[in-house]
Unconditional design. Structure first.
Length: 88
């Protein structure tokens, strides 16, 4: 797993949630991440009948994409440096 770069995992998951996890060969986590992000977006877009939600749905996507990217980045750091002790 030494050849997987955390920045690449972040960018992939930010652009397409779950893609960075697939890059890290975490197939199940990647698919679940993709489905959860898109389920939230789908429910907000079609399940909530408030106009301000639909007008600002892109902000929700950015928040979810940043979370997905952050998770992929953190996992990549753990996988590439398994013996490193995290600093506070």
């Amino acid at each position: 797993m030494q050849d997987r770069k955390p920045l690449v995992a972040f960018i992939l998951s930010f652009v397409l949630p779950g893609a960075g996890l697939l890059y890290l060969r975490r197939w199940r986590s990647g698919v679940v991440n993709f489905l959860l992000v898109h389920a939230v977006l789908f429910l907000l877009a079609f399940g909530v009948n408030e106009p301000y939600i639909n007008e600002h749905l892109h902000y929700v996507f950015l928040i979810l994409a940043a979370g997905s990217g952050g998770y992929a980045h953190a996992l990549a750091r753990i996988l590439t440096r398994p013996n490193e002790v995290p600093r506070a």
